[in-house]
Design a protein around this ligand. Structure first.
Ligand SMILES: N[C@@H](CCC(=O)N[C@@H](CS)C(=O)NCC(=O)O)C(=O)O
Length: 218
């Protein structure tokens, strides 16, 4: 049976592949598995039926043969463990790939998301302008360390993995800050991932939702 994910019916990212269902779509494309998408409105996301799937009323979720999951880390790991293509076979490399997934979500994403969120929650407050450079420095420190690790290799370890998928999606959330551009090897890393056919199929599928919603609104 085909797995089903949830995604925004009307994504605030305007179909730029930033909403987190993109991570899941990309994972399915990398492992060559079909998936269905159920689009949910902001209202429906906070209603009981969806809250049973996602305790925090968010997207994405995954329903796959009796398993219901939320949190992209858990969802990507679930897909990667069941299908070849996102985790190396040998135990040591596999463990490293999983460590990079956690790193993306626990070490790199928090300062990036904090900066993004504060624009909405305190953007009009007098202290916000002073905080931005502090938040930027926090992000920059992590990016500098990540850039040093990556060096001139293509991927975080020997082969592309779920760790790279998650890392690239997290780095993309900093688009528009100019911070990634300070590290040419990170810019190239993101571009390399975006050039993958699986990424492009996922991006196009998410973008198509935005286009279709736009058509309906006209
Ligand atoms: N840690 C969660 C974050 C999920 C999340 O923040 N989802 C966003 C979309 S990208 C959402 O549903 N936002 C709407 C809301 O929180 O009401 C994950 O990685 O799955």
């Amino acid at each position: 049976m085909t797995a089903t994910i949830t995604a925004f019916a009307s994504s605030p990212d305007r179909g730029r592949g930033l909403a987190r269902d993109m991570r899941v779509r990309w994972a399915f494309e990398e492992v060559g598995q079909p998936y269905d998408v159920r689009l949910v409105s902001f209202k429906a996301m906070k209603e009981t039926a969806h809250m049973r799937l996602h305790p925090f009323g968010q997207i994405p979720t995954l329903e796959d043969r009796g398993i219901q999951l939320f949190e992209t880390g858990a969802i990507i790991l679930h897909i990667a463990e069941r299908h070849a293509g996102l985790l190396p076979d040998d135990a040591a490399s596999r463990a490293r790939a999983i460590a990079w997934m956690f790193c993306a979500l626990n070490t790199i994403e928090p300062p990036i998301v904090e900066r993004e969120q504060t624009r909405f929650t305190e953007g009009d407050k007098p202290w916000h302008a002073e905080r931005v450079p502090l938040m930027d420095d926090r992000i920059r420190t992590r990016l500098r360390q990540l850039s040093a690790w990556l060096g001139d290799r293509d991927w975080l370890e020997d082969v592309f993995s779920a760790g790279d998928l998650m890392m690239v999606m997290v780095l993309r959330r900093a688009e528009g800050t100019g911070l990634i551009d300070e590290f040419p090897n990170l810019t190239a890393y993101v571009a390399r991932a975006e050039a993958r056919p699986a990424y492009q199929r996922a991006y196009d599928a998410q973008h198509a939702v935005f286009v279709a919603a736009g058509d309906k609104r006209r």
